[in-house]
Design a protein around this ligand. Structure first.
Ligand code: HAM
Length: 427
């Protein structure tokens, strides 16, 4: 039997309501903050990600789904959205018509990581990118947005971690300091950290190795080397979070796994999802647009993994969603019903009612059973001698009360029918 590829997941009808609800909350919040949706292709030129995210990052060096198409072009399924959004921003000169572009997305992403709880090979992110301003108010907004989305969804066990990586020169200076500090400890570092010592020394802070963690405890902190501008921006971010009632902790080792960050970085983690605890991450990237060939434009953004958020909601038992019931289930008493069935169903569906009936030529008893299974609010009995007199019976399934209604009410006076339906709902 052919099965779904490891690390991918079917979203079945029994799960879809959670996804739709999450997407609705996400869209509502982004709209209230005046962000506009952007959609970009699933695959891009491989060099976009190599240049944008950084050759030495885990994503680019180990995790991308890259393939050569029949025309000989190297393509990659997008592992994240920031590089794609920036590419679209440059390609369509979005900066020319608007000094500040506030954009959001909801999209599948692809990374060939080792699958585990909360980690997939095809996963989904919602996120935002604001291009065109250096204001730290936007850095704070990128923390507020996911935090308020998580809160509105019902999550409680959240912690917000923030850090500042400073400007590039400061970071370069600090890398030297860190290299000096670690130079006599290299032998004790894990093999992965030894490699990172050479290629991308800041990423040593991402190590989960106990010895590495101990060695780094006493290491000099990047935050102590910050330039004045980064320091003052960081203070503003913290102040806005305070004003917004968002608790946070400064995590001086939060470097994040992508190369484009400058100044503010952050993550929101949940204590309820196991080791893959980051529900979202992001930060400022003031040089990415330029690096990808555009005019110098500052940017800041975040992205959140939807599967992880849903897992956190499930583990916190925080999401209970009412299913939309069938409003009216039409029961065919006999063949005479067929003449009116579709006209009635269409008229009612036009009124935005959920209407269903039997497609399997089942007995009345079985039709009734299905109406109950769908939790139908009403059952409409159609056919028999009643129908010959131009009538049908409408039964309120909650109260058991029945009404006889003229079939013409639906065709000629649907308003009157809806009023009757509403009145019947409350009886
Ligand atoms: P990231 O930290 O690589 O950042 O991913 C953001 C979020 O996506 C993670 O916190 C996690 O919730 C989710 N995620 C990542 N990988 C997986 C996976 N394999 N399975 C399930 N969920 C996953 C970025 O992607 C940046 N583009 C964020 C950003 C936007 N920075 C600035 N703007």
């Amino acid at each position: 039997m052919i099965k779904a590829i490891t690390g991918t997941k079917d979203i079945l009808p029994s799960d879809i309501n959670k996804w739709l609800h999450l997407e609705e909350v996400v869209r509502k919040l982004f709209t209230c903050y005046n962000y506009k949706e952007i959609r970009t292709p699933i695959f891009e030129d491989t060099s976009l990600f190599a240049r944008g995210i950084g050759e030495e990052t885990d994503i680019v060096s180990k995790e991308m789904y890259t393939f050569i198409d029949r025309g000989g072009t190297s393509l990659t399924l997008k592992p994240e959205m920031t590089a794609s959004v920036v590419r679209a921003f440059i390609e369509h000169s979005l900066g020319a018509s608007q000094p500040l572009n506030k954009l959001f997305y909801i999209s599948p992403m692809f990374r060939q990581e080792r699958p585990q709880a909360g980690r997939f090979r095809q996963f989904h992110q919602f996120g935002a990118e604001a291009l065109g301003s250096q204001s730290p108010l936007l850095d704070a907004e990128m923390i507020q947005l996911p935090y308020f989305i998580f809160k509105e969804l019902g999550l409680k066990h959240l912690s917000v971690k923030i850090n500042s990586l400073g400007e590039t020169e400061i970071r370069d200076k600090y890398k030297k300091v860190l290299r000096d500090y670690l130079s006599d400890k290299i032998e004790r570092l894990s093999p992965e950290s030894k490699k990172r010592f050479e290629t991308n020394i800041l990423r040593i802070f991402d190590s989960k190795d106990e010895t590495d963690i101990q060695l780094l405890k006493e290491a000099p902190k990047l935050i102590d080397y910050l330039d004045d501008k980064s320091r003052s921006n960081f203070e503003t971010v913290k102040q806005v979070l305070k004003d917004s009632g968002i608790p946070y902790e400064v995590d001086t080792q939060l470097v994040r796994g992508l190369d484009y960050y400058t100044q503010t970085t952050f993550e929101i983690v949940s204590s309820k999802v196991g080791s893959q605890s980051a529900l979202c991450g992001g930060g400022r990237y003031d040089f990415l647009v330029e690096e990808l060939g555009g005019k110098s434009t500052p940017g800041v953004g975040f992205a959140s993994g939807i599967e992880r958020v849903l897992l956190a909601l499930e583990n916190e038992d925080a999401l209970s969603l009412p299913e939309r019931n069938v409003d009216i289930y039409i029961i065919r008493i006999d063949e005479t019903a067929s003449k009116y069935l579709h006209r009635i169903a269409n008229e009612l569906r036009n009124q935005n009612l959920v209407v269903d009936f039997d497609y399997l030529s089942r007995s009345m008893k079985a039709q009734m059973r299905e109406a109950n299974k769908f939790n139908a609010n009403f059952v409409l009995f159609l056919g028999g001698e009643e129908l010959e007199r131009g009538l049908f019976t409408l039964k309120n399934m909650k109260s058991g009360k029945q009404d006889m209604i003229g079939i013409n009410t639906i065709f000629e006076n649907i308003k009157e029918f809806l009023e009757k339906l509403n009145a019947a709902k409350t009886t």
